[in-house]
Design a binder for this molecule. Sequence first.
Ligand SMILES: *Cc1c(COP(=O)(O)O)cnc(C)c1O
Length: 360
Amino acid sequence: MSRSATATIHLDALRANLARVRTLAEGAKVMAVVKADAYGHGLERCARALADADAFGVASIADGLRLRAAGNRQRVVVLSGPDAAGDLAEMRRLQLEAVIHHDSQLAMLEAERGGDPLKVWLNLDTGMHRLGFAPERAPELHARLAALPAVDKAIVLMTHFASSDEFDNELTARQTQRFFDAASDLPGERALSNSAALLGWPAARGNWVRVGGLLYGLSVVEEKTGADFGFEPAMTLTTRLVAINRIARGGRVGYGATWECPEDMRVGVAAIGYGDGYPRSARSGTPVRVGDAPATVIGRVSMDLLTLDLRNAPNASVGDVVTLWGPQLPAELIAGHANTISYELTCGVTRRVLFAEDGE
Ligand SMILES: *Cc1c(COP(=O)(O)O)cnc(C)c1O
């Protein structure tokens, strides 16, 4: 028996979401962030659907290699840059661009003896304190990079926001101010915004936006779904019902016997579990759909199976399609029941799930 768990990727949604990003970006260039296998949607298929993007953002040279192997010729930016000396040669060979965020990387570049000009994005840490140089150093660093024969003169200045999903959090305004102050005397394009900043912080627009989540129709803004901002979820995760059992009042369901039936009732069993990427942290009460009817998770999520309360799905029968998330059931809603964010859900879909595409 083959398993039924299927992630269907909606290529038309990806395209529509990119078009909407462009509208919101008001002329800024769009870097489509496709790290982590395009947030679990599949790197190659998403790069194909998002071919109109001005650049792609990846987390590793290996992902850049996959894009080139798939025939992608667009700009590709490695968001954490080189971390070993051999990386620079590989990035040149693949024509990847490098985010430079640390002195160790600058030392690697300064130790080189020439080569084709590498395109560089200079990352300034304006307050997130993860990657990036102190903003005061921007003029010195820019001058050192610009002096290198093997670095392209068109250096892009970038920063990354810690809290842009909180539309009233002044940290983003302070980060924006610090960035523009530090960059004020320097030439080149500016790149500040991620998805949430594109939605909530127009003053941070700059010349480039770096957008991941919204392209997949996902939001990290609290209490909001991608659809609330006019984006369409690009993944539907489904499986099938493999059993329906009548359990008597007082019967307990699943590992740990954590859920007790309050009455005689039908309990459904769906062929999906944490081995497929459905979060084990999803609590009893997490919504699913069985056919067109609402149902909820009861008991613990196990590796291969999920138990469901079918009291509101009286017509459910074995073989019915069970939807875990998708356009009718926002991943943000599921994430809220599982103490996580929608990005982690789609990133977490595992290799044993069948991937399908719809749209051209
Ligand atoms: C992941 C990432 C993004 C995209 O963030 P979203 O919230 O998905 O839009 C942008 N910039 C950098 C540096 C990133 O690492």
